[in-house]
Design a protein around this ligand. Sequence first.
Ligand SMILES: [Zn+2]
Length: 287
Amino acid sequence: MRIASGLRLLFPALLAALLVGCAQLPVMGQPPPAGALVLHFIDVGQGDSILVQSAGENYLIDGGRPEAGPKVVDFLRSRGVEQLDGVVATHPDADHIGGLADVLDSFPVETVYLSGESKGTTTFNEFLRAVRDSDARVERVREGYSMEWGRARADVIAPPPGELSEEPNDNSVAILLTFGPARALMAGDAEAAQERYMAEGPYAGPLTVLKVNHHGSNTSTTPLFLSRFRPQIAVIQVGENSYGHPTPQTLRRLKTVGARVFRNDLHGDITVTIKDGRVDVAVSKGG
Ligand SMILES: [Zn+2]
């Protein structure tokens, strides 16, 4: 499959070099190809979990709900992960940090990145217990914090320094990966206010991959955000839920900007491989 010509017209500078293919995932994982940036959107049901692999380094953004922990651990092992260079906890909701306790108990982790927001839940306390029991360094990060993730640059583009918002979702740690001409944004459950902050900031611009904010909720993926970030590929981390995620309005908005949508509930595990100016998407079911 190739991108539609209309997309090329919309973003010629970025997309001219990028082709999109789609294939079934290999039966069992192998280490990623050398020189690639690989993003695995792990099917954890309702919740987020993304494994980022580049130049032999491994990073995990969120770990799904507590019951997803074993699946995330197995998935990481199947992709050749023996240790994690970094774990990002976007915000303290159970569907993001729940599975991280199992991950921290199973792999050496160098650094845990978080916003500093806390929550008085058993799940959050269990996450903190696992962080304490690990040898991981804990780093509180806000906009302006920049990292090297293998051969990719990882910029934290929200939340802003200073006071956190009263809306916990809007305090999600947002990671923008830049790898050559490709850009990928993962911003947890960011809602309209955080989306506005990012859209009006210096990091706005076309995205190769967007992890759709807040599981496709109608309160995120605003027209302003989409008009500034214009994703080529949109991945919705969603499973069975009572919230109506993803909402028809969100799906319509993504369609309007020409994004190709992949969903964990329909496609299982979704792997995006970016290499030599080419983007391949592989899915474990329904591809
Ligand atoms: Zn969530």
